[in-house]
Design a protein around this ligand. Structure first.
Ligand code: DGY
Length: 330
């Protein structure tokens, strides 16, 4: 029996590539940049499996071009780059990588929070530029994290891990979710549920976003929301860029409507070099690396390989976002 063909859109941990190569005839895209659209379309023409990244747009056109596709294994917990409705209708299973990146992403969220509040990058720049002439009682004053109020938007795995870290800093933690309230965690972790996003924004010293990108959460934080925040507030986004209206964010940061922002994600990635956000000192922007630890990225790769291989074997992937697609399989 010939092995099924798969296309892997970027180099991932070798352990996972070895697993895939043992189970399938694998073509691997070696470049640092994603395959251009026309190349991606060409590559899926004959494959049964695709291991995609969040930079690959897996839409109806792509699925139409790859009529043999059985499984799309997305190397991420988020899957807003995949048209799940289309995949399900066409009987294509979609896998993702939840759980293994939760703590690593929460760690990085907290790193952004600490770094923006205590102006870490400005301080580093100050030193390296030779501006450190003496100990100064008024230089680089930041905001306290301990005993401040942290507002978590969304109450999923990553939001809860961020809440856990906040407790170690004696923060007051409030959260708002339009989809999930968790009385057990409120009790166990001392979280306070607030009845609206508006309430959260008006009370929080730090606002951190942990919702998925959906049509409902697109530009969830825009000019109206910035107007509700404290002038000393700091916004952290390690979820998806388009949840925040970036133009409104720029205005809010520039005008002093809010104090600072720490971003791991931007509306367009990579952020264009002429983006006005890059001219501001009160924003830290990382290149979407919250899950980027050696161990976590290896676990994600193995999980993505397992999902891919299960789909090729007509089994339900261990982490499948649309198991109902099996009913539509040809
Ligand atoms: C995800 O998994 O969705 C992250 O954004 C990348 O790790």
């Amino acid at each position: 029996m010939p092995k099924p063909k798969v296309f892997v859109t970027r180099r991932i941990a070798q352990e996972a590539l070895d697993m895939i190569a043992a189970a399938a005839e694998m073509e691997l895209w070696h470049d640092e940049l994603p395959p251009p659209r026309d190349v991606l379309l060409d590559k899926v023409r004959n494959v049964e499996g695709l291991l995609s990244l969040l930079t690959d747009n897996v839409d109806a056109e792509l699925m139409e071009t790859g009529p043999k596709l059985k499984i799309v294994s997305n190397f991420a917990v988020g899957y807003d780059n995949v048209d799940i409705t289309q995949a399900t209708q066409r009987g294509i299973l979609v896998g993702n990588t939840p759980g293994v990146l939760t703590e690593t992403t929460a760690d990085f969220t907290f790193a952004l929070l600490l770094a923006t509040a205590r102006r870490l990058l400005e301080a580093d720049n100050y030193t390296k530029k030779g501006n450190w002439n003496t100990w100064g009682p008024m230089i680089l004053l930041g905001r306290d994290i301990h005993h401040a109020t942290l507002g978590i938007v969304g109450c999923g795995r990553i939001g809860l891990e961020v809440a856990k870290r906040a407790r170690g800093f004696d923060m007051e933690v409030i959260y708002y979710s339009s989809t999930r309230r968790s009385p057990e965690e409120e009790e166990n972790m001392g979280l306070e549920f607030v009845p609206s996003l508006a309430t959260l924004l008006s009370r929080a010293d730090f606002v951190t976003i942990h919702v998925a990108l959906t049509p409902e959460t697109h530009h969830l934080i825009s000019a109206t929301e910035f107007a509700r925040m404290k002038p000393t507030a700091i916004l952290i986004n390690a979820a998806r860029g388009p949840i925040v209206d970036q133009q409104a964010l720029y205005q809010a940061l520039k005008s002093g409507q809010i104090l600072a922002a720490g971003l791991d994600v931007t509306e367009n990635e990579p952020i264009p070099l002429d983006s006005p956000l890059l001219t501001l000192d009160n924003v830290i922007i990382a290149p979407h690396i919250a899950s980027a630890s050696v161990v976590t990225r290896t676990k994600m790769a193995v999980m993505a390989a397992e999902n891919l291989i299960a789909g090729l074997r007509d089994e339900q992937p261990p982490n499948c976002v649309n198991p109902e697609a099996a009913e539509h399989q040809r």
